[in-house]
Ligand binder design. Structure first.
Ligand SMILES: [Zn+2]
Ligand SMILES: [Zn+2]
Ligand SMILES: [Zn+2]
Ligand SMILES: [Zn+2]
Length: 362
């Protein structure tokens, strides 16, 4: 590297570094998709790198030093030259959550970590390319579909990436090619789908693999759970009535891609207050139950007081995850969708550290 180039690299601004990380992430992602049919190994490695870069780019928007393995020992010049040790994908997601308050729902994290662990396995073996085995190839194709769905939903919801709209569209288009590797799996599920339809139940289109392969169960109020027989997708379909009484039209969406920003019929903004009003079938808080009322948090997205009762379900108005299970933390007395750890008095819940955590602080 020439002296002048070196100086340039050292003085990359934060905005330039963000741009550079994001562009590089798209490059790796497109490479991953393009080489899928030749080598699932190299495709997986590049896909994993892309996920890592996107998450780092988002974390960087909070502060560049958060990307350092040890932020307190950070040296800005080293970092901007690309010579500092940086965080792992898992740490990146943890810091996004704890420091930046950016929650990545647990099922998205799982999709990312699945690809990361697959990459770790594959890089250690010369013949880790599963391309000869059609089943294994289909598995990896499904894994990448889930990874892309999760990435796309996050990138579209993070305003920091709004200028990359065209890149997102291009990747989405390129990902369509993965369908070819899932065709056989879809065909093999024809009986299961027919049985479901014959039982009078609905089959929906999968936001992850795009096949008409989601088995939709009968609704609990506005929420019907669905699971795809081709890929790993498991989310719910939600159909609620617009809260604007003059409109009251049905609005449909799935829990993965979340609600639209506004009602498609009357353009009323759809925010958490809208979803609470549309979904909360519980008693709400009033004078008589003020002291008995339990606030409900969400373990999927760590949403604080974002849980509402919806018929026999509990649903989070932030990430739209739902469950029949809600348990109260023995330490802080708050509720949590999906339940709390067995010894919650000691270990706490998503919003408290429990007795053990408090003892540590003293
Ligand atoms: Zn699917
Ligand atoms: Zn409306
Ligand atoms: Zn949530
Ligand atoms: Zn608690």
């Amino acid at each position: 590297m020439s002296a002048s180039k070196k100086r340039q690299a050292a003085f990359l601004s934060e905005q330039e570094l963000f741009q550079s990380l994001t562009k590089s992430a798209f490059e790796f992602l497109e490479k991953a998709i393009a080489e899928f049919e030749h080598s699932t190994k190299f495709s997986t490695v590049n896909f994993a790198i892309a996920i890592e870069l996107f998450l780092k780019a988002r974390l960087m928007r909070e502060h560049w030093s958060l990307l350092l393995d040890k932020p307190d020992q950070g040296d800005k010049t080293d970092f901007f030259k690309g010579e500092a040790r940086t965080v792992s994908p898992d740490q990146t997601m943890e810091r996004l959550k704890r420091i930046a308050g950016v929650a990545i729902p647990a099922h998205f994290r799982e999709a990312f970590l699945k690809i990361a662990s697959h990459r770790n396995k594959m890089v250690h073996f010369v013949h880790a390319d599963d391309r000869e085995d059609d089943n294994a190839t289909a598995q990896i194709a499904a894994e990448q579909c889930a990874g892309w769905l999760s990435l796309r939903v996050l990138l579209e919801s993070w305003p920091e990436f709004s200028e990359f709209e065209n890149d997102i569209w291009r990747v989405g288009h390129a990902m369509e090619r993965h369908r070819a590797f899932l065709e056989a799996k879809f065909d093999s599920k024809a009986d299961v789908l027919k049985e479901h339809r014959d039982a009078g139940k609905r089959v929906g289109s999968c936001p992850s693999c795009k096949f008409e392969a989601v088995l939709i169960e009968p609704p609990h109020g506005a929420i019907s759970s669905g699971s795809c027989v081709v890929c790993w997708y498991a989310g719910s379909e939600i159909e609620l009535a617009c809260i604007n009484v003059d409109c009251a039209q049905p609005i449909q969406f799935n829990s993965y891609e979340s609600a639209p920003n506004e009602c498609p019929h009357c353009a009323t903004a759809i925010d958490e207050a809208f979803l609470t009003e549309a979904l909360d079938t519980g008693e709400g808080v009033h004078q008589d139950n003020y002291f008995d009322h339990i606030n409900i948090n969400c373990s999927q997205c760590t949403g604080y007081h974002t849980g509402v009762e919806h018929h026999d379900l509990y649903v989070c108005v932030q990430c739209l995850d739902s469950s029949e299970v809600m348990e109260v933390c023995d330490y802080c007395g708050e509720g949590q969708i999906g339940g709390v750890p067995e010894n919650s008095y000691l270990v706490g819940c998503e919003v408290c550290d429990g007795a053990a955590g408090n003892m540590r602080d003293d």
